[in-house]
Design a binder for this molecule. Structure first.
Ligand code: NAD
Length: 523
Protein backbone atom coordinates (compact mmCIF):
# COMPACT_ATOMS: atom_id res chain seq x y z
CA UNK A 1 0.00 0.00 0.00
CA UNK A 2 1.68 3.24 -1.11
CA UNK A 3 1.10 6.56 0.57
CA UNK A 4 0.63 10.01 -0.98
CA UNK A 5 2.61 12.94 0.49
CA UNK A 6 1.10 14.25 3.72
CA UNK A 7 -0.29 17.65 4.49
CA UNK A 8 1.75 19.63 6.97
CA UNK A 9 -1.30 21.07 8.75
CA UNK A 10 -5.07 21.10 8.56
CA UNK A 11 -6.50 23.76 6.31
CA UNK A 12 -9.27 25.60 8.08
CA UNK A 13 -12.39 26.50 6.12
CA UNK A 14 -12.61 30.27 5.48
CA UNK A 15 -14.19 32.00 8.49
CA UNK A 16 -16.50 34.18 6.39
CA UNK A 17 -17.79 31.19 4.46
CA UNK A 18 -18.59 29.27 7.64
CA UNK A 19 -20.38 32.26 9.15
CA UNK A 20 -22.45 32.73 6.00
CA UNK A 21 -23.41 29.06 5.92
CA UNK A 22 -24.49 29.11 9.57
CA UNK A 23 -27.09 31.77 8.76
CA UNK A 24 -29.08 29.04 6.97
CA UNK A 25 -29.46 27.01 10.16
CA UNK A 26 -32.37 27.45 12.53
CA UNK A 27 -30.25 26.82 15.58
CA UNK A 28 -28.73 28.45 18.62
CA UNK A 29 -31.29 27.59 21.29
CA UNK A 30 -29.06 24.86 22.70
CA UNK A 31 -25.32 24.83 23.39
CA UNK A 32 -23.03 24.35 20.39
CA UNK A 33 -21.11 21.17 19.76
CA UNK A 34 -17.55 21.06 18.52
CA UNK A 35 -17.00 19.37 15.15
CA UNK A 36 -13.56 18.07 14.17
CA UNK A 37 -12.02 17.14 10.82
CA UNK A 38 -11.59 13.35 10.80
CA UNK A 39 -8.44 13.33 8.70
CA UNK A 40 -6.51 15.86 10.73
CA UNK A 41 -8.21 16.21 14.10
CA UNK A 42 -8.46 19.99 13.57
CA UNK A 43 -11.57 21.74 14.87
CA UNK A 44 -13.90 22.82 12.06
CA UNK A 45 -16.64 24.72 13.83
CA UNK A 46 -18.64 25.25 17.01
CA UNK A 47 -21.93 24.11 15.58
CA UNK A 48 -25.07 25.69 17.08
CA UNK A 49 -27.82 23.25 18.01
CA UNK A 50 -31.57 23.61 17.58
CA UNK A 51 -33.93 23.85 20.52
CA UNK A 52 -37.65 23.15 20.26
CA UNK A 53 -38.30 26.85 19.61
CA UNK A 54 -35.86 26.78 16.69
CA UNK A 55 -37.59 23.76 15.20
CA UNK A 56 -41.00 25.39 15.66
CA UNK A 57 -39.77 28.55 13.93
CA UNK A 58 -38.25 26.56 11.06
CA UNK A 59 -41.50 24.72 10.38
CA UNK A 60 -43.67 27.83 10.76
CA UNK A 61 -41.64 29.85 8.26
CA UNK A 62 -41.30 26.88 5.94
CA UNK A 63 -45.09 26.41 5.90
CA UNK A 64 -45.62 30.04 5.07
CA UNK A 65 -43.02 29.98 2.27
CA UNK A 66 -44.43 26.72 0.92
CA UNK A 67 -47.93 28.11 0.35
CA UNK A 68 -46.54 30.74 -2.02
CA UNK A 69 -44.07 28.31 -3.63
CA UNK A 70 -46.80 25.80 -4.46
CA UNK A 71 -48.51 28.57 -6.48
CA UNK A 72 -45.28 29.50 -8.28
CA UNK A 73 -45.38 28.34 -11.93
CA UNK A 74 -43.54 25.08 -12.49
CA UNK A 75 -41.32 26.78 -15.09
CA UNK A 76 -39.96 29.08 -12.38
CA UNK A 77 -39.39 26.20 -9.96
CA UNK A 78 -37.58 24.25 -12.65
CA UNK A 79 -35.41 27.28 -13.46
CA UNK A 80 -34.09 27.22 -9.89
CA UNK A 81 -32.97 23.60 -10.33
CA UNK A 82 -31.20 24.47 -13.57
CA UNK A 83 -29.29 27.25 -11.83
CA UNK A 84 -28.42 24.93 -8.93
CA UNK A 85 -26.98 22.52 -11.50
CA UNK A 86 -24.73 25.26 -12.87
CA UNK A 87 -23.69 26.64 -9.48
CA UNK A 88 -22.74 23.27 -7.98
CA UNK A 89 -20.43 22.62 -10.92
CA UNK A 90 -19.04 26.16 -11.04
CA UNK A 91 -18.35 26.32 -7.30
CA UNK A 92 -17.23 22.73 -6.86
CA UNK A 93 -13.86 23.68 -5.39
CA UNK A 94 -15.58 25.21 -2.38
CA UNK A 95 -17.86 22.27 -1.69
CA UNK A 96 -15.12 19.71 -2.35
CA UNK A 97 -13.07 21.39 0.39
CA UNK A 98 -16.02 21.34 2.78
CA UNK A 99 -16.96 17.70 2.09
CA UNK A 100 -13.36 16.55 2.43
CA UNK A 101 -12.88 18.50 5.64
CA UNK A 102 -16.06 17.21 7.24
CA UNK A 103 -15.85 13.56 6.13
CA UNK A 104 -12.14 12.87 5.55
CA UNK A 105 -12.94 11.26 2.19
CA UNK A 106 -10.74 11.65 -0.86
CA UNK A 107 -11.45 14.44 -3.33
CA UNK A 108 -12.29 12.02 -6.13
CA UNK A 109 -15.11 10.54 -4.04
CA UNK A 110 -16.22 13.97 -2.87
CA UNK A 111 -16.52 14.83 -6.55
CA UNK A 112 -18.94 11.90 -7.02
CA UNK A 113 -21.30 13.89 -4.80
CA UNK A 114 -20.99 17.02 -6.93
CA UNK A 115 -21.84 14.97 -10.02
CA UNK A 116 -24.76 13.36 -8.20
CA UNK A 117 -26.37 16.71 -7.40
CA UNK A 118 -25.80 18.00 -10.94
CA UNK A 119 -27.30 14.86 -12.50
CA UNK A 120 -30.35 14.94 -10.22
CA UNK A 121 -30.90 18.67 -10.75
CA UNK A 122 -30.75 18.18 -14.51
CA UNK A 123 -33.07 15.17 -14.50
CA UNK A 124 -35.76 16.66 -12.29
CA UNK A 125 -35.55 20.01 -14.08
CA UNK A 126 -36.23 18.19 -17.33
CA UNK A 127 -38.96 15.85 -16.02
CA UNK A 128 -40.80 17.71 -13.26
CA UNK A 129 -43.34 19.43 -15.48
CA UNK A 130 -44.36 16.19 -17.16
CA UNK A 131 -44.40 14.18 -13.91
CA UNK A 132 -46.48 16.75 -12.07
CA UNK A 133 -48.91 17.44 -14.89
CA UNK A 134 -52.58 16.87 -14.26
CA UNK A 135 -53.91 13.60 -15.71
CA UNK A 136 -57.38 13.02 -17.13
CA UNK A 137 -58.23 9.32 -16.80
CA UNK A 138 -61.52 7.91 -18.05
CA UNK A 139 -64.52 8.50 -15.79
CA UNK A 140 -66.97 5.84 -14.66
CA UNK A 141 -69.52 7.00 -17.27
CA UNK A 142 -67.72 7.86 -20.52
CA UNK A 143 -68.40 11.50 -21.51
CA UNK A 144 -70.69 12.01 -18.52
CA UNK A 145 -68.05 11.71 -15.81
CA UNK A 146 -65.00 13.91 -16.28
CA UNK A 147 -62.05 13.09 -14.08
CA UNK A 148 -58.80 14.86 -13.40
CA UNK A 149 -55.99 13.87 -11.08
CA UNK A 150 -53.90 16.62 -9.52
CA UNK A 151 -50.53 16.19 -7.83
CA UNK A 152 -50.49 18.22 -4.64
CA UNK A 153 -47.27 18.82 -2.73
CA UNK A 154 -47.20 17.14 0.68
CA UNK A 155 -46.29 20.40 2.42
CA UNK A 156 -43.13 20.36 4.53
CA UNK A 157 -40.83 17.42 3.91
CA UNK A 158 -38.19 16.40 6.47
CA UNK A 159 -34.94 15.17 4.93
CA UNK A 160 -32.90 13.42 7.64
CA UNK A 161 -29.52 12.60 6.17
CA UNK A 162 -26.32 10.94 7.39
CA UNK A 163 -22.69 11.94 7.18
CA UNK A 164 -21.18 9.58 4.61
CA UNK A 165 -22.41 11.23 1.38
CA UNK A 166 -23.45 14.50 2.96
CA UNK A 167 -23.96 16.56 -0.19
CA UNK A 168 -25.64 13.93 -2.33
CA UNK A 169 -27.92 12.64 0.42
CA UNK A 170 -28.92 16.10 1.68
CA UNK A 171 -29.38 17.81 -1.67
CA UNK A 172 -30.34 15.20 -4.24
CA UNK A 173 -33.35 14.10 -2.17
CA UNK A 174 -34.38 17.69 -1.45
CA UNK A 175 -34.40 18.85 -5.08
CA UNK A 176 -37.37 16.73 -6.26
CA UNK A 177 -39.28 17.66 -3.08
CA UNK A 178 -38.71 21.34 -3.75
CA UNK A 179 -39.55 21.28 -7.44
CA UNK A 180 -42.78 19.44 -6.58
CA UNK A 181 -43.80 22.49 -4.56
CA UNK A 182 -42.80 21.44 -1.05
CA UNK A 183 -40.67 23.12 1.57
CA UNK A 184 -37.83 21.08 3.06
CA UNK A 185 -36.54 21.00 6.60
CA UNK A 186 -33.16 19.31 6.56
CA UNK A 187 -31.70 17.60 9.59
CA UNK A 188 -28.15 16.88 8.44
CA UNK A 189 -25.71 15.03 10.64
CA UNK A 190 -23.78 17.39 12.93
CA UNK A 191 -20.53 16.09 11.49
CA UNK A 192 -21.44 17.27 8.00
CA UNK A 193 -23.85 20.12 8.61
CA UNK A 194 -21.79 22.73 6.73
CA UNK A 195 -22.11 20.68 3.56
CA UNK A 196 -25.91 20.69 3.80
CA UNK A 197 -25.90 24.39 4.64
CA UNK A 198 -23.80 25.04 1.53
CA UNK A 199 -26.44 23.29 -0.57
CA UNK A 200 -29.08 25.60 0.89
CA UNK A 201 -26.79 28.57 0.27
CA UNK A 202 -26.39 27.84 -3.44
CA UNK A 203 -30.11 27.08 -3.77
CA UNK A 204 -30.97 30.52 -2.43
CA UNK A 205 -28.40 32.11 -4.71
CA UNK A 206 -30.03 30.14 -7.53
CA UNK A 207 -33.31 31.88 -6.74
CA UNK A 208 -35.01 29.58 -4.21
CA UNK A 209 -37.12 31.81 -1.95
CA UNK A 210 -35.84 32.12 1.60
CA UNK A 211 -37.40 29.83 4.17
CA UNK A 212 -38.25 27.05 1.73
CA UNK A 213 -35.19 24.99 2.55
CA UNK A 214 -33.86 25.32 6.07
CA UNK A 215 -31.75 23.20 8.34
CA UNK A 216 -32.24 22.32 11.97
CA UNK A 217 -29.21 20.96 13.77
CA UNK A 218 -28.84 18.32 16.43
CA UNK A 219 -28.23 14.67 17.10
CA UNK A 220 -30.82 12.43 15.52
CA UNK A 221 -31.82 10.86 18.79
CA UNK A 222 -32.32 14.29 20.34
CA UNK A 223 -34.26 16.17 17.67
CA UNK A 224 -35.27 13.55 15.09
CA UNK A 225 -38.58 12.85 16.83
CA UNK A 226 -39.44 16.55 17.03
CA UNK A 227 -38.77 16.97 13.32
CA UNK A 228 -40.96 13.99 12.42
CA UNK A 229 -43.73 15.26 14.72
CA UNK A 230 -44.00 18.43 12.62
CA UNK A 231 -43.34 17.09 9.12
CA UNK A 232 -45.80 16.00 6.42
CA UNK A 233 -43.40 13.41 4.99
CA UNK A 234 -40.04 11.96 6.07
CA UNK A 235 -37.17 11.05 3.81
CA UNK A 236 -34.56 9.21 5.85
CA UNK A 237 -31.16 7.78 4.94
CA UNK A 238 -29.13 5.83 7.49
CA UNK A 239 -28.94 2.48 9.23
CA UNK A 240 -31.66 -0.15 9.20
CA UNK A 241 -31.87 0.02 13.01
CA UNK A 242 -32.66 3.74 13.00
CA UNK A 243 -34.94 3.25 10.00
CA UNK A 244 -37.24 1.14 12.19
CA UNK A 245 -37.51 3.97 14.74
CA UNK A 246 -38.27 6.50 12.01
CA UNK A 247 -40.96 4.19 10.55
CA UNK A 248 -42.57 3.81 13.98
CA UNK A 249 -42.63 7.56 14.55
CA UNK A 250 -43.98 8.28 11.08
CA UNK A 251 -46.49 5.44 11.43
CA UNK A 252 -47.73 6.90 14.69
CA UNK A 253 -48.62 10.08 12.81
CA UNK A 254 -49.79 8.27 9.66
CA UNK A 255 -47.47 10.28 7.44
CA UNK A 256 -45.57 8.82 4.51
CA UNK A 257 -41.89 7.97 4.62
CA UNK A 258 -39.08 6.73 2.48
CA UNK A 259 -36.21 4.81 4.05
CA UNK A 260 -32.83 4.32 2.37
CA UNK A 261 -30.94 1.98 4.66
CA UNK A 262 -27.93 -0.31 4.93
CA UNK A 263 -26.59 -3.05 2.70
CA UNK A 264 -24.32 -6.08 2.59
CA UNK A 265 -23.92 -5.92 -1.14
CA UNK A 266 -22.67 -8.87 -3.24
CA UNK A 267 -20.60 -8.95 -6.44
CA UNK A 268 -20.67 -12.12 -8.56
CA UNK A 269 -17.86 -13.05 -10.95
CA UNK A 270 -19.23 -15.70 -13.32
CA UNK A 271 -16.98 -18.18 -15.12
CA UNK A 272 -17.07 -16.19 -18.40
CA UNK A 273 -16.34 -12.80 -16.83
CA UNK A 274 -13.68 -10.39 -18.04
CA UNK A 275 -11.66 -11.09 -14.93
CA UNK A 276 -9.24 -8.18 -15.25
CA UNK A 277 -12.07 -5.69 -15.72
CA UNK A 278 -13.92 -7.15 -12.73
CA UNK A 279 -10.77 -7.01 -10.60
CA UNK A 280 -10.29 -3.39 -11.54
CA UNK A 281 -13.83 -2.08 -11.06
CA UNK A 282 -14.30 -4.11 -7.88
CA UNK A 283 -11.67 -1.89 -6.25
CA UNK A 284 -13.83 1.18 -6.75
CA UNK A 285 -17.00 -0.72 -5.90
CA UNK A 286 -15.55 -1.84 -2.56
CA UNK A 287 -13.43 1.09 -1.46
CA UNK A 288 -15.11 4.26 -2.75
CA UNK A 289 -15.35 6.69 0.14
CA UNK A 290 -13.28 4.19 2.15
CA UNK A 291 -16.22 1.77 1.96
CA UNK A 292 -18.51 4.18 3.81
CA UNK A 293 -21.04 3.92 1.03
CA UNK A 294 -24.38 2.19 1.33
CA UNK A 295 -24.00 0.69 -2.18
CA UNK A 296 -20.49 -0.55 -1.46
CA UNK A 297 -19.62 -4.18 -2.22
CA UNK A 298 -18.78 -6.19 0.92
CA UNK A 299 -19.06 -9.77 -0.45
CA UNK A 300 -17.57 -11.18 -3.65
CA UNK A 301 -18.52 -14.63 -5.01
CA UNK A 302 -16.13 -15.90 -7.69
CA UNK A 303 -16.48 -18.98 -9.85
CA UNK A 304 -13.90 -21.61 -9.02
CA UNK A 305 -12.43 -21.55 -12.56
CA UNK A 306 -11.42 -17.87 -12.34
CA UNK A 307 -11.08 -17.51 -8.57
CA UNK A 308 -7.29 -17.56 -8.25
CA UNK A 309 -6.74 -15.14 -11.09
CA UNK A 310 -9.42 -12.77 -9.85
CA UNK A 311 -8.17 -12.69 -6.28
CA UNK A 312 -4.55 -12.20 -7.35
CA UNK A 313 -5.40 -9.27 -9.62
CA UNK A 314 -7.92 -7.77 -7.21
CA UNK A 315 -5.41 -7.89 -4.34
CA UNK A 316 -2.68 -6.37 -6.54
CA UNK A 317 -4.98 -3.53 -7.61
CA UNK A 318 -6.05 -2.93 -4.02
CA UNK A 319 -2.46 -2.77 -2.79
CA UNK A 320 -1.66 -0.03 -5.30
CA UNK A 321 -4.35 2.28 -3.90
CA UNK A 322 -2.87 5.39 -2.34
CA UNK A 323 -4.14 6.85 0.94
CA UNK A 324 -4.04 10.52 1.76
CA UNK A 325 -5.75 13.56 3.18
CA UNK A 326 -4.80 16.44 0.92
CA UNK A 327 -7.39 18.55 -0.80
CA UNK A 328 -6.41 17.36 -4.26
CA UNK A 329 -6.93 14.44 -6.62
CA UNK A 330 -3.52 12.83 -5.97
CA UNK A 331 -4.78 9.73 -4.10
CA UNK A 332 -7.80 7.43 -4.03
CA UNK A 333 -8.67 6.61 -0.43
CA UNK A 334 -9.21 8.99 2.46
CA UNK A 335 -9.95 8.62 6.14
CA UNK A 336 -12.91 7.01 7.83
CA UNK A 337 -15.12 9.57 9.53
CA UNK A 338 -15.49 8.52 13.17
CA UNK A 339 -13.75 6.54 15.86
CA UNK A 340 -16.76 4.19 15.93
CA UNK A 341 -16.25 3.48 12.22
CA UNK A 342 -12.64 2.41 12.60
CA UNK A 343 -13.56 0.47 15.74
CA UNK A 344 -16.13 -1.53 13.75
CA UNK A 345 -13.73 -2.12 10.88
CA UNK A 346 -10.96 -3.32 13.19
CA UNK A 347 -13.41 -5.48 15.18
CA UNK A 348 -14.73 -7.18 12.02
CA UNK A 349 -11.25 -7.86 10.65
CA UNK A 350 -9.78 -8.99 13.97
CA UNK A 351 -12.72 -11.29 14.70
CA UNK A 352 -12.47 -12.89 11.25
CA UNK A 353 -8.72 -13.38 11.51
CA UNK A 354 -9.00 -14.80 15.03
CA UNK A 355 -11.52 -17.35 13.70
CA UNK A 356 -9.34 -18.42 10.77
CA UNK A 357 -9.81 -15.93 7.91
CA UNK A 358 -6.77 -14.69 6.01
CA UNK A 359 -5.92 -11.16 4.91
CA UNK A 360 -5.06 -10.82 1.20
CA UNK A 361 -4.57 -7.04 1.28
CA UNK A 362 -4.60 -4.34 3.95
CA UNK A 363 -5.81 -5.44 7.33
CA UNK A 364 -4.35 -2.69 9.45
CA UNK A 365 -5.04 0.80 10.69
CA UNK A 366 -2.77 3.65 9.62
CA UNK A 367 -2.41 5.99 12.59
CA UNK A 368 0.67 7.44 10.88
CA UNK A 369 -1.75 9.16 8.45
CA UNK A 370 -4.49 10.17 10.87
CA UNK A 371 -6.59 8.70 13.65
CA UNK A 372 -9.19 6.99 11.45
CA UNK A 373 -7.24 5.67 8.46
CA UNK A 374 -7.56 1.97 7.67
CA UNK A 375 -6.09 0.18 4.67
CA UNK A 376 -8.46 -1.26 2.05
CA UNK A 377 -8.77 -4.85 3.15
CA UNK A 378 -9.55 -8.15 1.41
CA UNK A 379 -10.42 -11.22 3.47
CA UNK A 380 -10.52 -14.85 2.38
CA UNK A 381 -11.80 -17.84 4.29
CA UNK A 382 -14.66 -15.95 5.93
CA UNK A 383 -17.34 -18.29 7.32
CA UNK A 384 -20.70 -18.19 9.09
CA UNK A 385 -20.02 -17.30 12.72
CA UNK A 386 -17.60 -14.51 11.90
CA UNK A 387 -19.16 -11.06 12.43
CA UNK A 388 -18.19 -9.82 8.99
CA UNK A 389 -20.04 -12.70 7.31
CA UNK A 390 -23.48 -11.12 7.82
CA UNK A 391 -23.11 -7.71 9.41
CA UNK A 392 -22.59 -4.55 7.40
CA UNK A 393 -19.07 -3.23 8.07
CA UNK A 394 -19.59 0.10 6.31
CA UNK A 395 -15.85 0.42 5.86
CA UNK A 396 -13.02 -0.70 3.55
CA UNK A 397 -13.43 -4.45 4.07
CA UNK A 398 -14.55 -7.08 1.57
CA UNK A 399 -14.71 -10.87 1.83
CA UNK A 400 -14.08 -13.08 -1.20
CA UNK A 401 -15.75 -16.50 -1.52
CA UNK A 402 -15.24 -19.37 -3.98
CA UNK A 403 -18.36 -20.83 -5.65
CA UNK A 404 -18.83 -23.61 -8.18
CA UNK A 405 -21.94 -22.50 -10.11
CA UNK A 406 -24.24 -19.57 -10.87
CA UNK A 407 -26.88 -21.17 -8.66
CA UNK A 408 -24.53 -21.30 -5.71
CA UNK A 409 -23.43 -17.69 -6.31
CA UNK A 410 -27.05 -16.49 -6.44
CA UNK A 411 -27.99 -18.54 -3.37
CA UNK A 412 -25.10 -17.08 -1.35
CA UNK A 413 -25.74 -13.56 -2.62
CA UNK A 414 -29.36 -13.80 -1.46
CA UNK A 415 -28.49 -15.25 1.93
CA UNK A 416 -28.90 -11.90 3.68
CA UNK A 417 -31.65 -9.80 5.20
CA UNK A 418 -30.42 -6.81 3.19
CA UNK A 419 -31.21 -6.11 -0.48
CA UNK A 420 -29.76 -2.83 -1.63
CA UNK A 421 -27.24 -3.21 -4.46
CA UNK A 422 -25.47 -6.01 -6.33
CA UNK A 423 -23.08 -6.54 -9.22
CA UNK A 424 -22.77 -9.38 -11.76
CA UNK A 425 -19.84 -9.93 -14.10
CA UNK A 426 -20.20 -11.91 -17.34
CA UNK A 427 -19.06 -11.38 -20.93
CA UNK A 428 -22.53 -12.56 -21.99
CA UNK A 429 -24.74 -9.66 -20.96
CA UNK A 430 -27.95 -11.68 -21.48
CA UNK A 431 -26.65 -14.22 -19.00
CA UNK A 432 -25.60 -11.38 -16.71
CA UNK A 433 -29.11 -9.89 -16.90
CA UNK A 434 -30.72 -13.24 -16.18
CA UNK A 435 -28.57 -13.76 -13.09
CA UNK A 436 -29.20 -10.14 -12.04
CA UNK A 437 -32.95 -10.72 -12.12
CA UNK A 438 -32.55 -13.56 -9.60
CA UNK A 439 -30.79 -11.39 -7.04
CA UNK A 440 -32.77 -9.92 -4.17
CA UNK A 441 -31.64 -6.30 -4.46
CA UNK A 442 -33.18 -2.98 -5.47
CA UNK A 443 -30.45 -2.44 -8.06
CA UNK A 444 -28.09 -4.81 -9.85
CA UNK A 445 -25.23 -3.66 -12.07
CA UNK A 446 -24.00 -5.92 -14.85
CA UNK A 447 -20.28 -5.36 -15.50
CA UNK A 448 -20.20 -2.41 -13.13
CA UNK A 449 -20.11 -2.10 -9.34
CA UNK A 450 -22.73 0.45 -8.38
CA UNK A 451 -22.34 3.61 -10.40
CA UNK A 452 -24.18 2.42 -13.54
CA UNK A 453 -27.44 1.95 -11.65
CA UNK A 454 -26.92 4.76 -9.13
CA UNK A 455 -25.91 7.29 -11.78
CA UNK A 456 -28.86 6.41 -14.03
CA UNK A 457 -31.13 8.72 -12.11
CA UNK A 458 -34.04 8.28 -14.50
CA UNK A 459 -34.39 4.81 -12.90
CA UNK A 460 -35.49 4.29 -9.29
CA UNK A 461 -32.99 3.39 -6.58
CA UNK A 462 -33.73 1.85 -3.21
CA UNK A 463 -33.69 -1.25 -1.07
CA UNK A 464 -35.51 -4.53 -0.60
CA UNK A 465 -35.75 -6.28 2.77
CA UNK A 466 -34.12 -4.37 5.62
CA UNK A 467 -32.35 -2.09 3.11
CA UNK A 468 -35.37 0.13 3.02
CA UNK A 469 -38.68 1.01 1.56
CA UNK A 470 -39.51 3.77 -0.89
CA UNK A 471 -37.33 4.98 -3.74
CA UNK A 472 -35.19 7.89 -4.77
CA UNK A 473 -34.40 8.81 -8.40
CA UNK A 474 -36.74 8.39 -11.36
CA UNK A 475 -40.43 9.32 -11.32
CA UNK A 476 -40.77 7.51 -7.96
CA UNK A 477 -38.22 9.85 -6.38
CA UNK A 478 -40.45 12.83 -7.11
CA UNK A 479 -43.95 11.38 -6.90
CA UNK A 480 -43.36 10.26 -3.30
CA UNK A 481 -43.44 13.95 -2.38
CA UNK A 482 -46.95 14.58 -3.73
CA UNK A 483 -50.44 13.41 -2.88
CA UNK A 484 -52.83 12.76 -5.71
CA UNK A 485 -56.21 14.41 -5.61
CA UNK A 486 -58.97 13.08 -7.87
CA UNK A 487 -61.62 15.55 -8.93
CA UNK A 488 -64.60 13.96 -10.70
CA UNK A 489 -67.29 16.10 -12.36
CA UNK A 490 -70.61 14.42 -13.20
CA UNK A 491 -72.53 16.01 -16.07
CA UNK A 492 -76.05 15.72 -17.51
CA UNK A 493 -77.15 12.47 -15.81
CA UNK A 494 -76.56 11.32 -12.23
CA UNK A 495 -75.08 7.90 -11.46
CA UNK A 496 -78.34 6.81 -9.89
CA UNK A 497 -81.79 5.62 -11.01
CA UNK A 498 -83.59 8.20 -13.14
CA UNK A 499 -86.80 9.63 -11.68
CA UNK A 500 -89.45 6.89 -11.64
CA UNK A 501 -86.94 4.11 -12.34
CA UNK A 502 -87.06 1.22 -9.90
CA UNK A 503 -83.86 0.08 -8.17
CA UNK A 504 -84.33 -3.29 -9.91
CA UNK A 505 -84.42 -1.69 -13.36
CA UNK A 506 -81.40 0.44 -12.40
CA UNK A 507 -79.47 -2.72 -11.51
CA UNK A 508 -80.45 -4.32 -14.83
CA UNK A 509 -79.44 -1.21 -16.78
CA UNK A 510 -76.12 -1.09 -15.00
CA UNK A 511 -75.53 -4.79 -15.67
CA UNK A 512 -76.09 -4.18 -19.37
CA UNK A 513 -73.82 -1.17 -19.24
CA UNK A 514 -71.02 -3.10 -17.48
CA UNK A 515 -71.30 -6.03 -19.90
CA UNK A 516 -71.16 -3.69 -22.88
CA UNK A 517 -68.11 -1.91 -21.49
CA UNK A 518 -66.28 -5.25 -21.23
CA UNK A 519 -67.38 -6.29 -24.73
CA UNK A 520 -66.08 -2.98 -26.09
CA UNK A 521 -62.83 -3.64 -24.15
CA UNK A 522 -63.22 -0.39 -22.26
CA UNK A 523 -61.02 -0.05 -19.19
P1 NAD B 1 -27.41 5.88 11.92
O1 NAD B 1 -28.75 5.34 11.61
O2 NAD B 1 -26.84 5.64 13.26
O3 NAD B 1 -27.35 7.44 11.67
C1 NAD B 1 -27.70 8.00 10.44
C2 NAD B 1 -28.29 9.37 10.71
O4 NAD B 1 -29.51 9.22 11.40
C3 NAD B 1 -27.39 10.20 11.62
O5 NAD B 1 -27.27 11.49 11.08
C4 NAD B 1 -28.12 10.22 12.93
O6 NAD B 1 -27.94 11.45 13.62
C5 NAD B 1 -29.55 10.07 12.52
N1 NAD B 1 -30.39 9.48 13.56
C6 NAD B 1 -30.05 8.56 14.48
N2 NAD B 1 -31.12 8.28 15.27
C7 NAD B 1 -32.13 9.04 14.82
C8 NAD B 1 -33.49 9.21 15.21
N3 NAD B 1 -34.01 8.52 16.22
N4 NAD B 1 -34.24 10.09 14.53
C9 NAD B 1 -33.73 10.77 13.49
N5 NAD B 1 -32.45 10.66 13.08
C10 NAD B 1 -31.67 9.80 13.73
O7 NAD B 1 -26.44 5.32 10.80
P2 NAD B 1 -24.89 5.50 10.64
O8 NAD B 1 -24.25 4.27 11.07
O9 NAD B 1 -24.42 6.79 11.18
O10 NAD B 1 -24.88 5.63 9.03
C11 NAD B 1 -24.49 4.63 8.23
C12 NAD B 1 -25.68 3.76 7.80
O11 NAD B 1 -26.43 4.46 6.85
C13 NAD B 1 -25.22 2.49 7.12
O12 NAD B 1 -26.00 1.42 7.53
C14 NAD B 1 -25.43 2.79 5.67
O13 NAD B 1 -25.58 1.66 4.85
C15 NAD B 1 -26.65 3.63 5.71
N6 NAD B 1 -26.77 4.45 4.50
C16 NAD B 1 -27.72 4.10 3.58
C17 NAD B 1 -27.83 4.81 2.40
C18 NAD B 1 -28.86 4.45 1.35
O14 NAD B 1 -29.08 5.25 0.44
N7 NAD B 1 -29.50 3.29 1.40
C19 NAD B 1 -26.97 5.87 2.15
C20 NAD B 1 -26.03 6.17 3.10
C21 NAD B 1 -25.95 5.47 4.29
Amino acid sequence: MTTAPQLAAADALPFDLVQRLLTHARAGGRPSVEVFAPATGAKIVDLPQSATADIDAAFATAREAQREWARTPIADRVAVLRRIHDLVLAEQDVILDIVQTETGKSRVHAFDEVSDVAVNARYYAAEAKKLLARRTPRGVMPLLTQVEVLNRPKGVVAVISPWNYPLALAASDALPALVAGNAVIARPDNQTALTALWAIDIAERAGLPKGLWQAVLGRGREIGGQVIERADYVDYTGSSATGRTIAQQAGERLIGYSLELGGKNPLLVLDDADVSAAAKIAVRACFASAGQLCESIERIYVHDSVYDRFVTEFAENTRTLTLGKERDFSYEVGSLTFQRQIDTVAAHVDDAVAKGATVRAGGRARPDLGPYFYEPTILEGVREGMTVYREETFGPVVSVYRVSSDDEAVHQANDTAYGLNASVWSRDTDRGRAVAARIHAGSVNVNEGFIAAWGSVAAPSGGLGISGTGRRHGPEGLLKYVDTQTIAVQRVLPIAPLPGMSEKLWAKTMTLFLTTMKTLRQK
